[in-house]
Design a protein around this ligand. Structure first.
Ligand code: ZN
Length: 343
C-alpha cells in the first residue's frame, strides 16, 4: 500500500513536470492589423439583406474568441467617412480596439461631390480619435473592382489622401489590387515625405513589388488572400522578416481549403452555417480575428522557421509601426535562442 502510494505520488509529480515542460512559457500574442468589425456579417446580415438577418448580432462572441486566442489588440479598418466614424466609436468602447480613418479605392466616388469637405471630415475624425486612430487608411488602388469606382477617380483620391496624410503623423494602411505599376510609381514619389511609411495590406503582389516596398520602408500585411496560390507562397519567402505583419481582413479573406496555404493550417475551429448560428461557434465562410493564428502557422511553415519565434518577431514589427511608444516602454529581453521578445 505504502509503495503504491509512493508510486502514485511519483507518477503524479512526473505528470506535473511533463505538463509544465510542455506548456509554452511564452503565450503567443497577436495584433490583427486589419479587421472590418463593422461589417454587417457581425450583425447577422449577409449579402446586404438587412431585412432578413440570419442570426442575432454576435460581435461580443467574436471578440471573446479573439481575446481567448491571444489577440491583445485589434485595429478596425475604416473604409469611408461613415464607416471610419463607426469604427472609431467601436474602438472607443474597448481599450484593446483601435481604428483607421480613410476612403477605400472602391468607395472613392463618395469623395467626388465635395472633395474638400470630404477631406475635412477625414481630418476631423483623426483629430477627434486621438490615440485611438492608429493609421491613415484604408486607401489605395483596386483595378479588380473598377465597377465601383473608375480608375481615374481612384488615382485622383489616392494622391489626394497621400497629400492629406502629410498633415498627420500616422502610418498608412494601404490597399493595392491589380494596380502594381501605378501604385508603385505614385508611392515611390511620396515615400520620402511619409515619416512613418505604413503597410500595404492583403498583399498579393510580386516578389519585385514586395522588395521595392520594403526598400522604401513599408511593411507587408499578410492574410488569407495573400496565401491562395503557389506563386503567393513563393513571394512570401522573399519578404524580409522585419517587414512582415499579420492580419485577417475579416470577415473576408479566410484561408479556404482550396488555397495553397491551407495544407499548413494546424488550428481548425468548429463552425456552423449562418442559418444554424450558435453563440460559441464560428460561422462558416465568415472570417474573424481568432483565425489569425492560421496565418502565422502558414507563414512560419512556408518560410521554414519556428512559429513562436516568428510570431514574436512579427508582434514586435507591429508595435514598431503602429504602437511605437509601447515598444519603447516594453522590456525587451534576449532569449536563449537569440531572439528578442517584447514582454
Ligand atoms: Zn484592402
Amino acid at each position: 500500500m505504502h509503495t503504491n502510494l509512493l508510486t502514485a505520488f511519483g507518477l503524479l509529480s512526473f505528470c506535473r513536470l511533463f505538463h509544465l515542460q510542455n506548456t509554452p512559457s511564452f503565450k503567443m500574442k497577436f495584433i490583427d492589423i486589419g479587421a472590418n468589425l463593422k461589417d454587417g456579417m457581425y450583425q447577422g446580415i449577409y449579402n446586404g439583406k438587412t431585412e432578413n438577418p440570419k442570426h442575432e448580432p454576435d460581435l461580443e462572441h467574436v471578440l471573446r474568441r479573439a481575446w481567448d486566442a491571444g489577440l491583445h489588440k485589434i485595429i478596425i479598418t475604416g473604409t469611408n467617412v461613415a464607416d471610419s466614424q463607426s469604427a472609431l466609436k467601436l474602438a472607443q468602447s474597448d481599450e484593446r480596439l483601435y481604428s483607421t480613418v480613410g476612403c477605400h479605392p472602391t468607395q472613392c466616388t463618395e469623395y467626388e461631390s465635395d472633395p474638400d469637405a470630404y477631406s475635412q471630415s477625414l481630418d476631423k475624425l483623426i483629430r477627434e480619435g486621438g490615440n485611438k486612430v492608429v493609421a491613415f487608411g484604408e486607401f489605395g488602388l483596386d483595378y479588380d473592382r473598377l465597377q465601383y469606382c473608375p480608375k481615374e477617380i481612384q488615382l485622383k483620391y489616392f494622391e489626394k489622401q497621400l497629400n492629406l496624410s502629410l498633415n498627420h503623423n500616422l502610418p498608412l494602411f494601404l490597399h493595392c489590387r491589380n494596380a502594381e505599376s501605378d501604385f508603385m510609381r505614385i508611392i515611390k514619389e511620396y515615400a520620402p515625405k511619409l515619416s512613418r511609411k505604413g503597410v500595404v495590406h492583403s498583399f498579393d503582389g510580386t516578389t519585385q513589388q514586395a522588395l521595392d516596398l520594403t526598400d522604401l520602408g513599408f511593411y507587408i500585411g499578410i492574410n488569407g488572400c495573400s496565401l491562395k496560390t503557389i506563386e503567393n507562397l513563393e513571394v512570401l519567402k522573399s519578404i524580409p522578416e522585419d517587414r512582415l505583419l499579420l492580419e485577417t481582413d475579416c470577415p473576408w479573406c479566410e484561408v479556404k481549403q482550396s488555397h495553397a496555404g491551407y495544407s499548413y493550417v494546424k488550428t481548425k475551429h468548429d463552425n456552423v452555417k449562418n442559418m444554424k448560428w450558435v453563440p460559441d461557434k464560428m460561422v462558416k465562410s465568415r472570417n474573424e480575428p481568432a483565425n489569425i493564428v492560421q496565418i502565422l502557422e502558414i507563414v512560419a511553415a512556408v518560410r521554414g522557421v519556428d512559429q513562436e519565434r516568428l510570431g514574436s518577431k512579427i508582434h514586435t514589427n507591429t508595435l514598431r509601426l503602429f504602437f511605437p511608444h509601447e515598444l519603447a516602454h516594453s522590456d525587451t529581453t534576449n532569449h536563449a535562442d537569440g531572439t528578442e521578445r517584447a514582454v
